[in-house]
Design a protein around this ligand. Structure first.
Ligand code: SF4
Length: 327
């Protein structure tokens, strides 16, 4: 049996898609959070690793059934055998919910602003969590949200929801845009970990991809991350850095050094190009397996030097690991 190791996972992540045998398909749901929002995806697990792949008929990777397992092949070469993991809500092992499926910002890598989706009420979210509790799958809750009207209002909305979820007594992770005083508010509400994403720390790329997002300020996000570490502690604050927007390896290294020195764990996220963003993301390229492995190893060394460990993280992407080579 060929199992997935980190090299194989890098190859799969570099492509990011898989053509799935139709008889396996009805088990999958459309994602409502993360890079695959609005797309159908599958979580493949093998060799103790997990990867999330978008379902796409044109993918060079094929997934077929073999007895009680599934096999991923490429050009008839078997790449890995494993299982399909059941999704609790958005990802395996976590009830991961998007609160506001809309955003006043217009970052070019993100499909949320294009979706103009709904804002889930506290009651709707409680119903999802209650259903997970009833079927025995409630171990972690993660919330993410676009910005429906302002960062401040969104923090208040999410904090209110977290207060209602606190009695479930499970770790709660929140991935949102920060606002002044947001870490304190979220901590008091009952949040365990936060993620404020910088997406890129290359100022030129930040300006380019986040233009049209008035008030979206890299310096403020960094300041908020520093404050968050003081409140939530090391290993409980993370940020996404997108890989594939034209940044150099050296700029990624400098960003990782800067963040890790503050006590923040960076999640290196291969760019996803949502169908609605193909024009804006012209020139964006998913990283090669070699680049992913190189950047992950580099990040691992830097985190170790700063006494940080992704294993300590309990919620969101660092606990899920589906979309990244987690350091
Ligand atoms: S790694 Fe993060 S974005 Fe990807 S599926 Fe898991 S929780 Fe969602």
């Amino acid at each position: 049996m060929t199992v997935m190791d980190e090299k194989v996972k890098a190859e799969l992540l570099s492509l990011g898609t898989v053509d799935v045998e139709p008889s396996l398909l009805p088990r999958f749901r459309t994602s409502t959070a993360g890079p695959g929002m609005g797309l159908q995806s599958v979580f493949f697990s093998s060799g103790g690793l997990r990867v999330r792949l978008e379902v796409n008929r044109d993918s060079p990777l094929k997934m077929v059934r073999r007895d009680h397992h599934v096999v991923i092949t490429r050009d008839d070469r078997e790449i890995a055998e494993g299982i399909i993991e059941e999704v609790v809500a958005h990802c395996p092992g976590q009830v991961y919910i998007t609160v506001s499926e809309r955003c006043i910002y217009n970052c070019q890598f993100c499909s949320v602003p294009k979706s103009e989706g709904k804002i889930k009420s506290k009651e709707e979210i409680l119903a999802i969590v209650e259903a997970a509790k009833k079927n025995g799958t409630l171990t972690v809750i993660s919330l993410t949200s676009g910005i429906a009207s302002s960062p401040d209002d969104e923090i208040d909305r999410v904090a209110g929801i977290v207060r209602a979820l606190a009695p479930y007594n499970v770790p709660i992770g929140v991935a949102v845009h920060p606002a002044p005083g947001s870490s304190k508010k979220l901590k008091v509400a009952g949040v365990t970990e936060v993620k404020y994403s910088v997406e890129t720390m290359d100022p030129e790329i930040f300006d380019r991809i986040c233009k049209g997002s008035k008030g979206h300020d890299l310096a403020f996000i960094l300041e908020s991350l520093r404050e968050a570490v003081g409140i939530f502690g090391k290993n409980h604050v993370s940020t996404n850095i997108i890989i594939g927007l034209g940044e150099t390896d050296e700029s990624v290294r400098q960003s990782v050094e800067y963040l890790a020195e503050m006590g923040v764990i960076p999640v290196l996220r291969p760019i996803s190009i949502p169908p609605l963003r193909i024009k804006e993301l012209e020139g964006a390229v998913r990283p090669s397996p070699e680049r992913l492995l190189y950047l992950t190893e580099m990040t691992r060394k830097i985190l170790r030097k700063q006494g940080l460990s992704a294993r300590e993280s309990q919620t969101m992407c660092l606990a899920c690991t589906g979309c990244d080579l987690t350091p």
